[in-house]
Design a protein around this ligand. Structure first.
Ligand code: ISL
Length: 587
């Protein structure tokens, strides 16, 4: 078994208002990904190089220096492969080729070459659950061509004994509203699609599919990528059918009255099957074998799953088998989506990961992605610096979605302009609840025409309204900005041994105050204090750590903070304005 350990976790405090402590064993060497900052690029919306209003690979290449300047370690790219774009690249028609509106394989190679020159790692999106219905594999499967008969999950359906009519095999619902089964006239069978009709589910009970998808991984590893973000793991496998080939129905969950919404039914038989975990372990072997054969740096697996902890944590691997390097930790998104932002909810989100994570694994902290409302809109603009500080100060890996570093907010997209299939499958009254377009509006480079995203006259989605005040150009020239704060945080993380290897202590000090302290023998202690409330507070940090009596030096303050960088503050009476967040050091 490869040695992965960065941290040996000792979880001491249980009660929510006591300090929680996570200790580290810093003696082992760490691999690049264990202290990395990952930056998600949504290629369609990052930078357009050819004026068609759609972001592309040459656009990304032209902005790699921006990533270098941010200081991040790696970029993971949402899908760039050939696709009819029903789900904007998550419906792939050729897993081995580039989407023409994004560029060519030659452009991709130029991107990788430039990234290597800048010492940036590139991670691709691997979409294993489904292909596009326009893929050659699906076309062949429809025709029952040899070798492709069982590439997808096909079923005769069942005949309704009252009406005598044929019906779908089960009541299963897709993510994007409505039945998960679609009748195919040509093949005279239903196929399963856990996402849109145009995204048929691949059949992982077919060894040919398993092998084909491993080929996909090897192909892009050979092109020099540093790993994969693996898409939509929960629905990879469905339960096995019974002896008569029938699948069980799901039962009504009680969580919504809307019969089209996936949440209307449980997902016991269509998500989180044990075979999914094993498949990820197999992919890990593909990556490790590649490194053994060809040498070079480790490449990583990042797993996208919103599953409960008992399932998610298994992706990490077990005592005998290595799994994914990092199953994404979405708790800072999901807990606050349900309960709102507060010090105790932040603590709950952190506990939920650290108290369930197996010993010796690396934690990670995701603030947002292309499926969730933008962090500045979700948490409130006033909290964006505090939340960026949190993911950079907590131990392990941070994951930023493009635009979080400048505090981008959601766009307002009308029903007429809606293009996301989830939104389009609903109706004008409820689409805002489902559409993911608001978090996918073009990146804001400047305050000029089309926010500097394109030289063309249109953009594939309208711009967010605030681009004249929230953009890279302005934030680089302003004395204080979200962007400058973000850059300081990354620089601190990269230079501070304490942040890389130190132990962690965190606590909800009072209703609104949250504190994280990182310590390492013979190194400066780093303390993060956030006021999540709307009234000023005076904090006594010696309540949190009785040794914390010496003055602390301010390293970084949130954008509206009036405190001066480089000034010392008394930890026994530290005043915090509403929403103020501070990073201090014992140095
Ligand atoms: O978006 C979600 C919650 O807001 C999820 O339920 C999401 O549908 C799920 O996590 C899978 O998402 C991924 O696969 C989809 C694609 O549409 C998403 O953009 C992608 O992140 C299908 O490939």
């Amino acid at each position: 078994m490869e040695l992965l350990s960065l941290l040996t976790l000792l979880l001491l405090a249980i009660a929510s208002n006591e300090a929680c402590q996570v200790q580290s064993s810093s003696s082992e060497t760490t691999d690049w990904w264990q202290t990395a900052q990952f930056y998600q690029i949504y290629p369609r919306s990052f930078k357009d190089s050819d004026g068609d209003g759609i972001g592309d690979l040459n656009g990304i290449t032209s902005k790699l220096e921006y990533l270098k300047d941010l200081g991040v370690t790696a970029a993971w790219l949402s899908p760039i492969f050939k696709s009819p774009m029903v789900d904007f690249g998550y419906d792939i028609s050729d897993f081995f080729d580039i989407q023409p509106e994004y560029g060519t394989l030659k452009d991709f190679r130029a991107l990788i070459k430039r990234a290597k020159e800048l010492d940036l790692k590139i991670v691709l999106d691997f979409v294993p659950n489904h292909s596009s219905n326009e893929s050659e594999w699906f076309q062949k499967s429809v025709k029952r061509e040899k070798g492709y008969e069982d590439y997808y999950v096909w079923h005769d359906g069942k005949v309704n004994s009252t009406t005598g009519k044929r019906e779908p095999p089960t009541n299963w619902l897709q993510y994007f509203r409505g039945s998960a089964w679609e009748w195919n006239d040509q093949r005279q069978q239903y196929y399963l699609h856990q996402f849109a009709v145009q995204q048929p589910d691949l059949n992982y009970r077919n060894p040919l599919v398993v092998e084909q998808m491993k080929r996909v991984l090897r192909y892009w590893l050979n092109e020099g990528v540093s790993g994969f973000r693996c898409d939509a793991l929960p629905p990879l496998f469905e339960v096995l059918p019974d002896g008569d080939g029938q699948f069980p129905d799901e039962v009504v969950s009680g969580s919504t009255e809307d019969e089209e919404d996936r949440d209307y039914l449980t997902t016991t038989y269509i998500e989180n099957q044990p075979e999914t975990i094993d498949m990820v372990y197999q992919w890990r072997t593909v990556l490790d074998d590649h490194k053994r054969i060809y040498g070079g740096n480790s490449s990583v697996l990042l797993i996208e799953t919103y599953s409960p902890a008992w399932f998610t944590m298994q992706f990490y691997g077990n005592r005998s088998t290595e799994g994914a390097h990092l199953p994404f930790n979405f708790n800072l998104i999901t807990v606050m989506e349900q309960k709102g932002i507060s010090a105790s909810n932040v603590q709950e989100a952190i506990d939920l990961w650290l108290k369930n994570m197996p010993a010796g694994r690396t934690p990670n902290w995701v603030l947002g992605n292309h499926d969730k409302r933008r962090a500045a809109s979700r948490y409130g603009k006033e909290h964006i610096d505090g939340m960026n500080m949190l993911v950079m100060i907590l131990p392990g890996v941070s994951v930023t979605y493009q635009g979080e570093e400048i505090g981008m907010t959601d766009g307002e997209i009308s029903w007429e302009d809606t293009v996301d299939p989830w939104g389009c499958n609903s109706n004008p009254d409820i689409y805002e609840q489902y559409t993911r377009d608001p978090e996918r509006t073009p990146f804001q480079w400047t305050g000029g025409t089309n926010a500097g995203f394109t030289n063309g006259s249109t953009t594939w989605l309208p711009l967010a309204a605030d681009y004249e005040t929230i953009n890279v150009e302005k934030e680089l020239s302003d004395g204080v900005s979200h962007l400058k704060i973000y850059k300081q945080l990354v620089a601190l993380r990269r230079s501070s041994k304490t942040l890389q290897n130190g132990s962690t202590k965190y606590q909800t000090l009072s209703e609104d105050i949250f504190v994280v302290q990182r310590s390492l023998t013979k190194s400066a202690t780093i303390v993060l204090v956030i006021n999540f409330g709307s009234v000023a507070k005076i904090v006594d940090l010696s309540q949190f750590d009785k040794n914390r009596t010496e003055s602390l030096l301010l390293l970084i303050g949130s954008i509206d903070s009036t405190k001066k960088k480089g000034t010392r503050y008394d930890p026994k009476s530290l005043s915090l304005d509403p929403s103020e967040a501070l990073v201090l050091t014992s140095e």
